[in-house]
Design a protein around this ligand. Structure first.
Ligand code: HEM
Length: 417
């Protein structure tokens, strides 16, 4: 188990019985009834602060390195909450899929709640989905603002000070964040992680000792100790997170008969040859006059085409899910189900879209301010970030059969509920 210390984190149930975690003898894990043991629990012990607050190890004496470390750790904590919220949503879809027909009908049609809040079944999934959108839209960009808020804003994080310690961090880089990769797998981007997309010269030199063209973001040598977090074993509870997109489409497929008397929706978007050409042209232009640039770009196209083919085959299986999505957006737009689906789609947009406020855009602006023309500490630098956000990630949207229909105004079922 990669995160043994966190084994209880994933031990949760959506039913409302037996809320308290206990060991095999039935003794509560936290705050046992025994008076002596209760004395062991205080604020610091409950929150694991001895571990948490001893986990900052700078490489330099430059004061600004402290905020650089803390901001990345804050991100990883928010990512952790997001993976957990995605697991709650994934299990909600799984539970829906396992329902008998009558309960499934009733539960998928459950309308948005009144002021008393959602039913016991929908409550965990709805709060998790709402929190996901909030984390992506508000929390991540707010945390990023600790390294500055706008063009030329060096007031909160000094570029000159950053330059004094950044080289000590090579070859470590944010492109190695395993938790974000798991979140992105939940949001339909899994096929990208087997495709060599990251310009790997620095990677080659630093990790493998030999030069190479591109490396995949899911490569165990890139993710290193984080690999098991991005690709949990089948028996790890976080495994369901990666399957969220398929679980949601399975629920939608079951709703297809509801669209029988509606006009057919447009078919699910496929990844086209034009998409591959555009992306390859972009990669070729970033390679400039590097040796073997043409061959590297051709290899990139071949690898991306293979991933696109597999993904298109998956999408070919979504004809029923598309009809179900059409029914949800046309007939059940103000249901708990639509609320959850809309917030997953909105989370994807808030993290990845090439909009001015998305997490990746805010990050890219911070990179432009602080590293200017230089490569990143991992090697891909600004050219990679633009290629990834503008050309690669948009090919793999979350909820592909649902998110682009827009019949009922996807992404905003209701302001509150
Ligand atoms: C001054 C602050 C930062 C700078 C200068 C910076 C710089 C970079 C650069 C240059 C890259 C491209 C890869 C490379 O060449 O190494 C990158 C990638 C990345 N960084 Fe940062 N970064 C900063 C803060 C952050 C923070 C706070 C996070 C939060 C986790 C983060 C997450 C990422 C991620 C996820 C990627 C990969 C993006 C992708 O694959 O699409 N970065 N960063």
């Amino acid at each position: 188990m990669p995160d043994e210390l966190n084994v209880y984190w994933w031990d949760f149930a959506l039913d409302t019985s037996d809320a308290r975690l206990t060991d095999r003898d039935g003794t509560p894990i936290v705050n046992p009834p025994d008076a002596d043991e209760r004395l062991g629990l205080d604020y610091s012990a409950y929150l694991g602060l001895d571990l948490l607050l001893n986990a900052q190890v700078p490489s330099s004496r430059v004061p600004d390195e402290r905020v650089f470390i803390i901001i990345h750790q804050l991100f990883e904590l928010v990512f952790k909450q997001m993976t957990f919220d995605l697991a709650v949503v994934a299990r909600t879809f799984q539970a829906l899929g396992a329902m008998g027909e009558a309960t499934f009908r009733e539960t998928t049609r459950e309308g948005l709640p009144d002021e008393r809040g959602p039913s016991a079944f929908w409550r965990p999934g709805m709060t998790a989905a709402a929190r996901l959108r909030h984390s992506a839209r508000v929390v991540l960009p707010a945390v990023m603002s600790l390294v500055g808020r706008g063009a030329d804003d060096d007031v909160l994080f000094s570029t000159l000070e950053y330059q004094r310690f950044r080289d000590f961090l090579v070859p470590a880089s944010g492109f190695q964040t395993a938790q974000l990769r798991l979140i992105q797998r939940a949001l339909g981007k899994g096929p990208l992680f087997g495709v060599p997309v990251f310009p790997g010269d620095a990677y080659g030199a630093n990790y493998t000792g030999s030069p190479c063209g591109h490396v995949s973001l899911g490569d165990p040598l890139v993710l290193r100790s984080g690999h098991a977090r991005a690709f949990p074993d089948a028996d790890h509870p976080a495994h369901e997170v990666a399957d969220l997109d398929n679980l949601a489409h399975a629920v939608l497929a079951r709703l297809a008969p509801e669209a029988d008397d509606l006009s057919a929706p447009p078919s699910v978007r496929r990844i086209l040859g034009d998409d591959l050409d555009r992306t390859t042209a972009r990669v070729r232009s970033t390679l400039g006059d590097a040796p073997n640039a043409d061959a590297t770009a051709a290899t990139f196209r071949r690898d991306l085409a293979a991933a696109a083919k597999a993904e298109n085959q998956r999408r070919d299986g979504f004809a029923q899910a598309r009809r179900g999505a059409h029914a949800v957006q046309t007939r059940f737009a103000r249901t708990c189900l639509a609320f959850v689906l809309d917030r997953i789609a909105a989370t994807d947009a808030a993290m990845h879209a090439p909009d001015p406020e998305s997490f990746l855009t805010v990050h890219r602006k911070a990179v432009r301010r602080h590293v200017a023309g230089e490569g990143g500490t991992g090697g891909g630098g600004m050219p990679y970030l633009v290629t990834s956000q503008r050309f690669l990630l948009p090919l793999f949207p979350a909820l592909v059969a649902y998110a682009d229909l827009g019949v009922g105004g996807t992404a905003e079922t209701a302001d509150r509920w």
